[in-house]
Design a protein around this ligand. Structure first.
Ligand SMILES: *[C@@H]1O[C@H](CO)[C@@H](O)[C@H](O)[C@H]1NC(C)=O
Ligand SMILES: *[C@@H]1O[C@H](CO)[C@@H](O)[C@H](O)[C@H]1NC(C)=O
Ligand SMILES: *[C@@H]1O[C@H](CO)[C@@H](O)[C@H](O)[C@H]1NC(C)=O
Ligand SMILES: *[C@@H]1O[C@H](CO)[C@@H](O)[C@H](O)[C@H]1NC(C)=O
Ligand SMILES: *[C@@H]1O[C@H](CO)[C@@H](O)[C@H](O)[C@H]1NC(C)=O
Length: 294
């Protein structure tokens, strides 16, 4: 029981904006970014399309399609799957690859800012996949995801900006979104509990999660394709069979730190709602390995 990397019965969080570009807005002044003084503009709307027409610290002008991802893994200690996938800046297989994080263990950024509670929360809820140190994983997450929000530019923090303040702010924002997405509880409330003895249908997940969230999330599976399994022999259903990721999409009013998201369907820009098998009873929602929950 000495393993401190055990995970609670929750999905692990991620938060990212799609569409990453480097550089953002060089030359931005660090003055006058008091976002409470401006009406929040909805990201991805016409009002947010021109970065010169708004304060980019107060309106997300880079993409602005916010994605909160949660992972379900049966073994939270030392699995083998690298995470997150796909390993690209856009979160799609075609996107540019994420550069490796070469910075320090990002956990060390939080203590000097007095964010020991946030660090403790992250160590419990945001556990790296095996093979990663948590701090390196968070660095990857920051490098991959935070750098595509205009509102985490350091100029936004004013002349009193403290080193890595935006990093802490990003993780705090991710925690806030995550806390409002009780995937596990939404499923449990509709009678869907992890089971190694029974199987599930896609609708068992899609219905309660869509109802809880208020829009259709993306449901991701890993594991073998259905028609390569014994149960799916002869089927044309080549969807994957092990539930492991849920992606929730939002547009946001004002900067993402305000935490006012507008839930949007995962296919809002086209694209699929799942890669899981659709055959009734084809899916596994596995119980955690003993010792992987607290
Ligand atoms: C900041 O706001 C003050 C008060 O409106 C204004 O006088 C000043 O020019 C602004 N400075 C910048 C750099 O926007
Ligand atoms: C992600 O891609 C980068 C660049 O291709 C690579 O250096 C890094 O190790 C990859 N990370 C994972 C977890 O695969
Ligand atoms: C599984 O289904 C896909 C698409 O329907 C098909 O292309 C593939 O050949 C099938 N594989 C097996 C092993 O049956
Ligand atoms: C998203 O999927 C839903 C459910 O299949 C469908 O009703 C809707 O038209 C789709 N939206 C887009 C933009 O494709
Ligand atoms: C349930 O099955 C998964 C996948 O085989 C396994 O990793 C996990 O340890 C099992 N959990 C329990 C409690 O047996």
């Amino acid at each position: 029981m000495a393993n401190t990397r055990r995970h609670i019965a929750a999905f692990a969080p991620l938060l990212f904006a799609q569409q990453a570009l480097a550089g953002l807005y060089p030359g931005l002044s660090n003055l006058n970014h008091t976002c409470s003084l401006v009406d929040p503009v909805l990201s991805c709307s016409a009002g947010a399309s021109d970065p010169r027409a708004v304060d980019t610290c107060c309106t997300e002008t880079f993409g602005g399609l916010v994605l909160a991802t949660q992972f379900w893994n049966t073994y939270t200690g030392f699995d083998t799957t690298p995470s997150p996938t796909p390993n690209t800046t856009t979160g799609t297989p075609e996107g540019p690859p994420v550069p490796a994080w070469r910075g320090a263990d990002i956990g060390t950024f939080l203590a000097p800012l007095g964010k020991l509670d946030l660090l403790a929360w992250m160590n419990e809820h945001w556990v790296a996949q095996p093979g990663w140190r948590n701090g390196d994983f968070w660095g990857h997450e920051f490098g991959k995801h935070a750098t595509c929000y205009s509102s985490f530019d350091v100029e936004c923090y004013g002349p009193g900006y403290r080193e890595h303040e935006e990093v802490a702010d990003f993780f705090e924002t991710a925690a806030a979104f995550h806390r409002r997405l009780p995937t596990w509880s939404w499923l449990e409330a509709s009678g869907v509990r992890p089971s190694n003895a029974s199987t599930f249908s896609l609708g068992d997940f899609a219905r309660p999660l869509t109802q809880g969230f208020g829009a259709i999330p993306y449901i991701g599976c890993s594991g073998p394709k259905y028609n390569t399994t014994e149960a799916g022999k002869g089927s044309t259903d080549a969807g994957y069979t092990v539930i492991n990721e849920i992606w929730y999409y939002y547009h946001v009013y004002g900067r993402v730190q305000r935490q006012q998201g507008l839930a949007v369907d995962a296919n809002i820009t086209g694209g699929r709602l799942t890669n899981c098998a659709r055959t009734p009873g084809a899916l596994h929602y596995y119980e955690r390995t003993a010792g992987s929950e607290v």
